[in-house]
Design a protein around this ligand. Structure first.
Ligand SMILES: NC(=O)c1ccc[n+]([C@@H]2O[C@H](COP(=O)([O-])OP(=O)(O)OC[C@H]3O[C@@H](n4cnc5c(N)ncnc54)[C@H](OP(=O)(O)O)[C@@H]3O)[C@@H](O)[C@H]2O)c1
Length: 312
């Protein structure tokens, strides 16, 4: 699998989401998927300090704990680029990016993951109640201590990310080098019934901002929960219609699944004006789904095919 640079990190162009590992995805299945991902040349793995606290009976420690055990059993820490996050809530408490929250949760994540450094540490969501200077100074201190290599921001409005990086520049602090946000091929009706105060979706404006700043976009939930394969699973905020028909038509022509074609479109869309580098981030619980989706990592798209998909 091809590698791309995020700041000083060399990551596979596909990122494997570990959100469900240890909760709704059993340990044996998670290990099989993780082993297969590494065998396919993948190295970029995404988790968080709160996955998956919303599953009945879970605390939010499950995903990091499982990954820590897998890394230890396989002895492969140096082969993996590990991304985790801080800032979202766990069972309704703990949300925020105050200095004491960041300094507390990094230690918990390092312990659970059984490592002394995190490659990519995300602010999981914006915290409008804490000055950006405070959060950035806390993150910068983790970098200076060698506990974190690169910073990312997730679920920030574009203007807040721009503001954060201006603050970082003016104060000589490490900036956010990558954004993780919800984005896929189909458009969403996101502004009609927003779930959060911030906008988790990726608009054209956000895309142009990231392209201009040369900042990669890691796209979460990009396979719409399996909805490209089975529209009954598609979250209701997505608009299928003619754009979905165009995707299905081209996938059939090219002999791949719609999900693989979405992965290929995301990987290639930076070739079109106004789009940044995009890295698909998805979850799977079986090797069959992993292999199917990763066909999109070697699928080439001509300029004409990209134009057809973009215009649909
Ligand atoms: N920053 C954030 O706020 C945030 C929010 C949400 C998620 N994330 C990250 O993004 C990752 C992915 O998000 P997600 O799980 O919400 O969305 P997703 O990857 O779009 O959806 C995962 C679902 O799609 C199914 N699927 C994948 N490939 C398939 C295929 N070829 N055929 C049929 N079904 C397929 C999986 O089924 P199977 O399990 O049956 O394979 C799984 O149920 C998470 O693991 C997490 O790391 C970040």
């Amino acid at each position: 699998m091809k590698k791309l640079n995020i700041d000083t990190l060399s990551v596979s162009e596909i990122c494997l989401g570990a959100m469900n590992f240890g909760s709704t995805t059993a340990k044996e299945d998670a290990y099989r998927v993780l082993d297969a991902f590494l065998d396919m040349g993948g190295n970029f793995i995404d988790t968080s300090n709160n996955y998956a606290h919303w599953v009945p009976g879970c605390t939010g420690d499950e995903s990091e704990t499982l990954l820590g055990e897998w890394l230890k059993e396989r002895g492969c820490r140096d082969k993996v680029v590990l991304a985790t996050k801080v800032g979202f809530d766990r069972k309704g408490v703990g949300a925020g990016l105050k200095k004491e929250q960041i300094t507390y949760w990094i230690e918990q994540s390092l312990k659970k993951l059984g490592t002394d450094y995190i490659d990519l540490y995300y602010a999981h969501s914006d915290d409008m109640n804490t000055p950006q200077e405070e959060s950035l100074a806390a993150f910068d201190s983790l970098i200076r201590q060698g506990k974190v290599r690169v910073l990312g921001a997730s679920n920030f409005d574009t203007w807040r990310l721009a503001e954060a990086n201006m603050v970082a520049k003016s104060q000589g602090l490490s900036p956010y080098s990558v954004m993780q946000q919800r984005f896929s091929y189909l458009f969403s009706k996101s502004d009609v019934a927003p779930k959060y105060l911030f906008n988790e979706y990726t608009s054209r404006e956000r895309l142009r901002f990231l392209a201009d700043k040369n900042m990669p976009l890691v796209t979460y939930s990009c396979l719409l929960k399996g909805g490209y394969e089975n529209p009954a699973r598609m979250p209701e905020e997505y608009i299928a219609g003619e754009r979905y028909e165009a995707l299905l038509h081209m996938a059939k022509e090219k002999g791949v699944s719609p999900s693989a074609l979405v992965v290929a479109w995301l990987r290639n869309v930076h070739r079109c004006p106004g789009f940044p580098t995009v890295l698909p981030l998805f979850s799977v619980s079986s090797i069959a789904h992993l292999e199917e989706n990763c066909k999109g990592a070697s699928l080439s798209l001509s300029d004409e095919e990209l134009a057809i998909l973009n215009k649909a």
